[in-house]
Design a protein around this ligand. Sequence first.
Ligand code: MN
Length: 745
Amino acid sequence: MEPARPRPAALANVVDLAEARDRAASRAAPVAEPGKQAQFEGLVAVLGGYLKPADIERVAQAFAFSEAAHQGQMRASGEEYITHPLAVAAICASWKLDAQAILAALLHDVVEDTGVTKEHVAQRFGAPVAELVDGVSKLDRIEFQSQEDAQAENFRKMLLAMARDVRVMLVKLADRLHNMRTLSALKSPKRRRIARETLEIHAPIAHRLGLNQVYRELQDLSLANLYPHRFAVISKAVRSARGNRREGIGKILETIQRALPEAGINAQVYGREKHLYGIYRKMVEKRLTFSQVLDIYGFRVVVPDVASCYLALGALHSLYKPVPGKFKDYIAIPKVNGYQSLHTTLIGPYGTPVEMQIRTAEMHRIAEAGVAAHWLYKSDDASISEVQKKTHKWLQSLLDIQSNSRDPAEFLEHVKVDLFPDEVYVFTPKGRIMALPRGATAVDFAYMVHTDVGDQTVAAKINGEPMPLRTELKNGDLVEIITSPGSQPNPGWLGFVRTGKARAHIRHYMKTVKYEESVGLGQRLLGQALRSLGVAAGEIDSQRWERVVRDAGAKSRQDLYADIGLGKRLAAVVARKLAPAQPAESVVGDGRAEARNVPVTIRGADGMAVQLARCCRPIPGDPIIGHISKGQGLVIHTHDCKTIAKSRRKEPDNWVDVDWDPEPDKHFNVGIRALVTNGRGILAKVAAEITAADTNITNVHTEDDETGNYAIMEFAIDVADRAHLARVMRSLRRLQEVVRINRVK
Ligand code: MN
């Protein structure tokens, strides 16, 4: 036995940390909240460290507002309800979230649980705060049912997609964290349900956002509530193991602390212990007993720069033998949530494996706080932008914006992006979640469920309401398909389906079952197109026919007709190739000659006169459909244009599937309507904002609403595409005076 010696500082660190955690975990009663006034003062003290006095004043107003709204409501623990939003705001403040997010945290339950409306919140605290509160309330409304892993992943994505603004998800996680900390006030079955949901949904989301502390705490709290007995056994085992293994750990620590400075490395060494859920998972997955789980201890080495990480690694490997195959370089290849470190496992003096994590201080900050860490500091440091490139796509876009803007408020406005811009997540009537590409319709959904369902679809209900089959699905929609055994796919569906699966099945069906009909339809369409060129089908000689058939890659004239009938080829284009060359003037009527000057590039319309419909004013990015009309060539409408609905039903033959050319080099006119609070100079302000977004205004119309408090402004503006339009609308939303903004169709 060695003589007693003061514990090395870092070992004290391991033990203190672990003991503090045990204390937290073994709390039987809910955390006693300090009185609400003291709680509020604590919050203000934290906020004072980084918010402006005017913002803190607004926080005080939100506290008073929320307290009044929740008046008389109690938590399951018997405390006043307001203690919960206060605690959630305090968690958000510990992440240094901005004032809007703190207000939203205080108000997060008022819309859902009291009589206060979203509009009311908007009036008192501004539209952005109301949007955040609304976002959190929406997440509260959807419930996770399935127990399958794949479903859980989809549900997580659905939540993230619905959150849109990362701050909504952060407030939601703070809400869940506080509810988990106080879960013991609830009855057992409800507790288990919430704990399971937290484990499957919220903890992984926290992990994905890089909030590692939250992630570990949510997992441990879930385990404690889901399996109280197992949790107790493991905590006890960890406590006694800590005593047994202390000596070995201390020895390693001392050795490392001596060796690193000798190698010229300036490092801080911290002890750490795997969190309980991590140990539990390892026991379950590898079928180990507790005593077989050896690597519950580890060390974290924090160094000033990346080069020192690798130097430190070399130094450690020369002290202790590394376990083969355990080395991982997350610096060269960061994890998707941005995590970076070197990991290696060493074999300690008593044969105990010890995990080492080596990282820079900057990496450490991001590892612990994740996305929240990016709020705290501006990225004047080149190493952050290096991380950015390798981070998951959406996270990356957030950071890019941050590094380009000097103003943190502006950065936060940019946070409102679609997290999964290419996908939507919807429910089946049985509660399964399906992922579909953005723009997918009820018919796409039907084919995704099953080919037979797709083929026999006759109608759809979305959220219980009968809706047209072409309706675009939104995140969280519940979709029900009505089928009829005798019915068949409709060729018109090709005009709006988005998925390859639906398209392929509709075409396949038509090819095999409906080949004859397609040929007939194609022949009719081509005849029409030729007549509009003043040519009779009989006049075309067989040589020309052969050439056109060959150029089209068709096997025969029949096949070419079928292609036209199936919508794969435009009749008008084929007609042009078949018709003997003629001077343009005699082919194209006056109206069309003018229309031809519109330099719109539409895929599949080569050689045709193209114009954009004035009713819906499509812009690139909109789903579109073309109408072949006599004397006007091809007129492009948006899928959801109301003026064409009837014609699409009654004369489906005249509608063709078209697409935007990938890079149209042109501006498109589009209408937007803004509802703004009336005031001096407001028109100039709005107009300036529009032009600042690289946009021309071609027309303005304003009128006051009946009360005179608001003005309605309509602008016709030129934009390049939908993304450009979205940018303009986003920058307008940023104006305090703008209450609502939408596109005019
Ligand atoms: Mn809540």
